[in-house]
Design a protein around this ligand. Structure first.
Ligand code: ADP
Ligand code: MG
Length: 475
């Protein structure tokens, strides 16, 4: 296995000090309608029954059973069993359109009551600067950011002007650091650290700056994109607190022509997407790599990127058709026995989408997306899901998540169970104005998608997390 690069006996939880995200107030009363019926069972019966139910379906559980004594030791040593005995309550945390307003250390119960609050996906626009070629060709600037930093003005063909509003706009002069601040990525990461599921996706035509925004140049810290900056922030935060123990594991894969290739194990080129009740949709057999420090994440990112490379003549076509998803699974357990919280799994998906220039909007309905040149089922399906989710009439009906691998994997994020932001990258040039308009329209639709973010905490799942944790360590 590729996963066992640290000591299998000690839990891979990172020690840390002075963490000031306090979530003890974020406990919400569990609703009577909740499915978590095993709530009031005593700890051991729940633990054993859940473990044995998963064992019947999994051959790998045999290994798990063999090590049961060891596992119980690990669980109780780490305080997990302690945490497990407490009365679990379902928690949820608040969401606001301006994520920066969330202060986890001061937040009170009322603010966290999501039954009365909903919000929408945050949509940000990033305008890239002109490149040398465009300057040489004399293309003109057709995209302008207004002073409020929220309104974008376009000079459209025929002398028409259009204005559209978004959560925030990063103008072309923004450095990577300014962009990272402007998009409030740190608040999102804080949420992931307390158990939320975060998705951050870059959208736009090929050459509009998606990869630059998400990856950046990994050789120069100044030009680091969102991923390496996020890695830095997360480990700084974890290492400066001592409330919770953390363990971070990462996966990195791409979807190219509806085939999933594991970028950490490139011999796996066609992995299936499966569904189960506790996990939702997931990619089977992905390498999940332990990342104990920033450098581990950076190395993993570089390794994955190098596994993307294919013949140069195909590079453009390739990068414009593949979706790359790096996921950090952030497992954490409270160190303090006083805390009401136990094990959680936060998650962050960083998604660098394929270029959207090959998907054309239907002239007849204006609603569905029709592909023209080549088949990019995932992007097409994403457009259809966004359309359906953003329409109040259709939202309650059937959402076609199952139409593509990408939408299956992102279904939780899109359906509003997590915090999602979309960064739409656009070119400043009049030459690209049609593509820019298309990107902006698509993004405007996404703005209407509502979400209620919750931290999932139910006993069965927790047992599974413990199981996943330890199982990974033992094999
Ligand atoms: P995409 O991933 O959308 O196809 P890229 O991120 O590869 O586009 O960007 C295309 C080119 O433009 C790259 O050479 C990249 O370095 C450059 N670029 C994109 N955005 C910026 C920016 N904000 N500042 C400087 N260069 C940029
Ligand atoms: Mg790219």
């Amino acid at each position: 296995s590729k996963n066992n690069n640290d000591n299998p006996i000690s839990l891979p939880l990172l020690d840390s000090k002075n963490f000031n995200i306090t979530t003890s107030k974020s406990i919400q009363k569990i609703s009577p309608a909740s499915k978590n019926t095993s709530f009031h069972h005593d700890k051991k019966s729940v633990l054993t029954s859940s473990l044995s139910s998963s064992s019947s379906s999994s051959s790998s559980m045999k290994k798990f059973k063999k090590g049961k004594g060891l596992i119980n030791d690990i669980i109780s040593n780490s305080g997990m069993l302690e945490n497990y005995t407490r009365n679990y309550k379902k928690t949820s945390a608040g969401s606001k359109s301006d994520i920066s307003k969330i202060r986890y250390d001061t937040i009170d119960e009322e603010e966290l009551d999501l039954d009365s609050k909903e919000d929408t996906i945050s949509v940000y626009i990033r305008i890239r600067p002109f490149n040398d070629n465009e300057v040489k060709k004399g293309y003109e600037k057709a995209v302008f950011c207004e002073e409020d930093k929220r309104t974008i003005k376009l000079n459209c063909p025929g002398g028409k002007q259009r204005s559209m509003m978004y959560h925030s706009i990063c103008d072309s002069y923004y450095s990577q650091e300014q962009m990272f601040e402007e998009l409030n990525i740190k608040s999102l990461l804080d949420s992931a650290l307390i158990g939320h599921h975060i998705t951050l996706f870059a959208f736009g035509q090929t050459g509009s700056g998606k990869t630059y925004t998400i990856n950046g140049l990994l050789t120069h810290p100044e030009y680091y994109g969102i991923m390496p900056r996020s890695f830095e922030y997360i480990y700084d935060k974890i290492n400066s607190q001592n409330e919770r123990k953390y363990s971070i594991k990462a996966t990195y894969f791409e979807i190219y022509n509806e085939k999933i290739k594991d970028l950490l194990n490139p011999t796996n080129t066609s992995l299936p997407v499966r569904w189960c009740r506790n996990r939702g949709f997931y990619v089977e057999s992905l390498v999940e790599q332990n990342c104990n420090k920033f450098e581990d994440c950076l190395d993993l990112l570089k390794l994955g990127n190098s596994n993307k490379s294919i013949g140069k003549h195909l590079l453009n076509d390739y990068s414009s058709r593949s979706h790359c998803i790096l996921t950090l699974n952030i497992y954490s357990a409270s160190k303090s026995n006083k805390s009401k919280l136990s094990i959680r799994q936060g998650k962050i998906h960083f998604v660098d989408l394929a270029g959207n220039e090959k998907v054309k909007e239907s002239q007849t309905t204006g609603d569905s997306l029709v592909e023209t040149m080549s088949i990019n089922k995932s992007l097409l399906a994403l457009g259809n899901c966004i359309s359906a989710l953003s329409d109040p009439k259709k939202r309650e009906g059937h959402i076609p998540y199952r139409d593509s691998k990408l939408t299956k994997i992102l279904s939780d994020s899109l359906s509003g169970k997590g915090l999602t932001i979309m960064i739409s990258c656009i070119s400043p040039s009049n030459h690209d104005i049609y593509e820019t308009l298309k990107t902006l329209r698509y993004s405007s639709r996404a703005k209407h998608i509502k979400y209620k973010s919750i931290i999932k905490l139910n006993p069965e799942e927790e047992v599974n997390y413990i199981y996943i944790y330890i199982h990974i360590k033992i094999i």
